[in-house]
Design a binder for this molecule. Structure first.
Ligand SMILES: [Zn+2]
Length: 136
């Protein structure tokens, strides 16, 4: 994602009226899926990744690892090579969001991932500046 795009997002956020912080709660977007044969198709995979501002490949790798199921991205969709319920998939998405998106300090989702070398990833918060190692 380009920094120009992030700048644009920042500008948009600044233009929004400030709400009481306590009433703001980040809602994790829901994945919508259906089973086709022995596969599970996640229809809105890319849209959800966009909302989370995370690389679809990173999210897919998380699913592959946690669910131990081969999968591939096909356009806007994620195809998992096993029958899975929407509940199972969304539970993994919740975990992903807690580990890879939500700031540990201020609990906001305005974060990005930085590579800290040696396969270590850092979650960097754009709201409060906190950095934490991503638990995989
Ligand atoms: Zn923070």
């Amino acid at each position: 994602m380009s920094s120009e795009y992030e700048q644009l997002l920042d500008n948009l956020y600044e233009k929004l009226p400030k709400k009481q912080t306590h009433s703001e709660r980040f809602e994790i977007p829901r994945l919508e899926s259906f089973v086709e044969g022995n596969r599970t198709i996640v229809k809105n995979f890319k849209a959800v990744c966009d909302k989370l501002r995370r690389d679809p490949v990173l999210v897919m790798k998380y699913f592959v690892k946690k669910l131990a199921v081969p999968s591939e991205i096909q356009g806007e969709r994620l195809v998992l090579q096993r029958k899975l319920t929407e509940d199972v998939i969304n539970k993994r998405l919740d975990e992903f969001v807690n580990n890879y998106v939500i700031c540990k300090e201020c609990k906001r989702p305005d974060t990005h991932i930085e590579d800290a070398g040696r396969g270590t990833k850092m979650l960097v918060c754009e709201s409060c500046g906190a950095k934490s190692t991503v638990k995989e």
